[in-house]
Design a protein around this ligand. Structure first.
Ligand code: HEC
Ligand code: HEC
Length: 214
């Protein structure tokens, strides 16, 4: 059932843009414009409040397609935000949002969210797919995404274990379609995985990460 839900969502990817387009229209007036333009100095709490409508008050989001951002290592968080700013990462909304903040403000935000605790999402998943995904993870991904994807070697990776299922599946698809460039070594593992298992392998991995709940 979840698999069907996912594949339907995958077929209508343009919907992703529309949903977030509406989100932005709805929230942008209060939340996205960088307030520093008006006040000169701005506290981290105020900056971070412009993220909470989507990512939750402490960086733990409740939406299935919006990632939780609590606990992402600081340097990597800043790297991601700068990449969004330069359109180097595929995004529905983050490209525009990141552009509204200066580098200093993004550093403040990275510092803020990296200190928050990541809370795995309580979400439905398919146990059969998750079991298969666990094996695939061990073979292709554990080398870098350690401890089942809950830890980050060299502290330069987002947390995968407990991340939202739909977001993970979309992100894996971005890698598959080369909309997002993986590092050379990760790209090699992804190619092997896709050759062996195709999309079913990506489904299994996403369900495995989603299955890791407290
Ligand atoms: C309108 C909803 C929305 C708002 C507001 C928002 N985000 Fe996002 N964020 C998203 C979505 C959706 C994604 C996935 C990428 C995309 O499609 O743009 C994302 C992705 C991210 C990621 C990447 C996570 C990862 O694991 O790679 C980071 C970091 C992030 N956002 C930080 C922020 C910060 C900091 C703010 C506040 C300045 C913010 N976001 C405001 C919706 C939002
Ligand atoms: C050689 C190390 C390496 C291997 C192996 C690897 N990855 Fe990664 N992965 C990374 C690095 C580094 C990043 C962050 C930088 C980037 O965006 O490319 C990343 C990012 C990701 C992200 C994006 C997370 C987010 O929210 O932004 C996902 C999803 C992911 N990897 C899944 C996988 C899966 C699934 C496998 C196994 C098929 C895998 N990776 C294998 C190093 C690796």
């Amino acid at each position: 059932m979840y698999k069907n839900m996912l594949s339907t969502a995958m077929k209508i990817t343009p919907l992703r843009q529309i949903i977030f387009g509406l989100f932005v229209l709805f929230f942008s007036s209060q939340t996205i414009a960088s307030p520093s333009v008006i006040t000169g100095h701005i506290t981290t709490a105020i900056l971070a409040s412009s993220c909470s409508s989507c990512h939750g008050p402490n960086g733990v989001s409740s939406g299935p397609s919006i990632p939780s951002i609590a606990g992402i290592p600081k340097e990597y968080f800043l790297e991601i935000m700068l990449a969004f700013k330069l359109n180097q990462l595929p995004s529905s909304v983050m490209g525009d949002i990141a552009k509204a903040f200066s580098r200093d403000e993004l550093t403040q935000l990275a510092d803020h969210f990296s200190k928050k605790r990541f809370v795995p999402s309580q979400q439905p998943f398919d146990p059969v797919l998750a079991k298969k995904g666990a094996k695939l993870h061990e073979e292709f991904c554990e080398g870098c995404h350690e401890k089942g994807g809950s830890s980050a070697k060299d502290k330069e990776i987002s947390i995968l274990a407990g991340q939202h299922l739909l977001y993970l599946r979309w992100t894996l698809d971005d890698f598959k379609r080369n909309k997002r460039q993986a590092t050379r070594k990760m790209a090699k593992k992804m190619r092997k995985l896709l050759k062996l298992e195709g999309n079913a392998g990506l489904d299994a991995l996403a369900h495995y990460y989603a299955s890791q709940q407290p």
